[in-house]
Design a protein around this ligand. Structure first.
Ligand code: NAP
Length: 263
């Protein structure tokens, strides 16, 4: 399936690197499209319309506010469109691209290393709560979902929950990087050189993620294994709770959703 990217910014680059196959690219800054195309041995095209004419699947990687303008440039046709635009529900995509099969995904930056979380909005043949394997999709649905499933774990959610999920997984690389940085700095304060502290913290993040997967995502199980009663880790966890860790993440999600979904 020939993929065509409209917009060659940060997330388009992560997707392209994750797929690692030649893609068609267009961007208002021609050099940006050329650089990405060169990296994946693809082709930079002069316009969004050309991408839509030559691709088997168009992936919208521009900003949400550009939906109508890009759809007008692309024009009518039947080539399927997959969007990764935040705060842009399926209904808005269908309105912008009438007559085309339309899909909605939200990826996260680790798709670049094929360890991303990707959310797909449910639709006919694409079941909520399932993975690509659970669904009974048509041929095109399966091919499109399979493409995104190559990039990590694909989770299907109700369209109304996709932006909430975005606030968890798509913002999370920044949160996790900040958490790692805070831990490294705490170590630096107690004499651990930053480089060694970073190695220790980042490897612990990666290893803990794998453990959590093997324990069926049971966070409490992993915490109990590390926190003996009256022990040192329990003291550390208590300090984090008292400092408002849970509240901070809850507030962060509200802050992300607030502009589009005010309470
Ligand atoms: N970054 C993430 O972690 C993430 C995660 C999930 C979803 N998303 C979604 O992914 C999309 C892209 O985000 P991003 O972070 O990659 O943004 P970005 O780095 O700003 O990339 C957007 C690209 O689209 C280009 N563009 C602007 N107008 C265009 C047009 N008319 N036709 C074609 N391309 C156009 C931009 O060019 P200019 O810079 O010249 O305007 C830019 O190169 C957004 O809709 C966002 O909601 C992002």
């Amino acid at each position: 399936m020939q993929i065509g990217l409209i917009g060659c910014g940060n997330m388009a680059r992560a997707l392209a690197r994750g797929w690692g196959r030649p893609l068609l690219c267009a961007d208002p800054i021609a050099e940006r499209a050329r650089a990405l195309a060169a990296e994946v041995r693809g082709e930079a095209l002069a316009s969004n319309a050309e991408v839509a004419a030559r691709a088997d699947l168009v992936i919208l990687c521009h900003k949400p506010a550009q939906l109508a303008a890009v759809a007008a440039e692309v024009g009518p046709g039947t080539t399927p469109v997959a969007s990764i635009l935040a705060v842009t529900p399926l209904a808005a995509l269908r309105e912008a691209y009438p007559g085309r099969p339309v899909y909605r995904f939200i990826p996260s930056l680790p798709v670049e290393v094929r360890q991303g979380a990707v959310v797909q909005a449910a639709g006919p043949g694409i079941v909520v709560g399932g993975t690509a394997e659970d669904a009974q999709p048509g041929e095109l649905d399966a091919a499109v979902a399979g493409l995104f499933a190559e990039l990590g774990t694909l989770v299907v959610l109700d369209d109304a929950l996709v932006d909430v999920a975005m606030g968890l997984m798509s913002c999370a690389p920044a949160y996790v990087a900040l958490v790692a940085e805070a831990q490294v700095d705490a170590g630096v304060r107690r004499g651990i050189p930053a480089a060694q502290g970073a190695e220790l913290v980042v490897q612990t993040l990666a290893g803990t993620a794998e453990l959590l997967r093997r324990r069926g995502y049971d966070t409490m199980a992993v915490r109990r294994e590390v926190s003996s009663p009256g022990g040192l880790t329990a003291r550390g966890v208590d300090a984090l709770e008292r400092a408002g860790l849970r509240r901070a993440f809850s507030d962060a999600l509200d802050a992300v959703l607030e502009p589009a979904y005010p309470r």
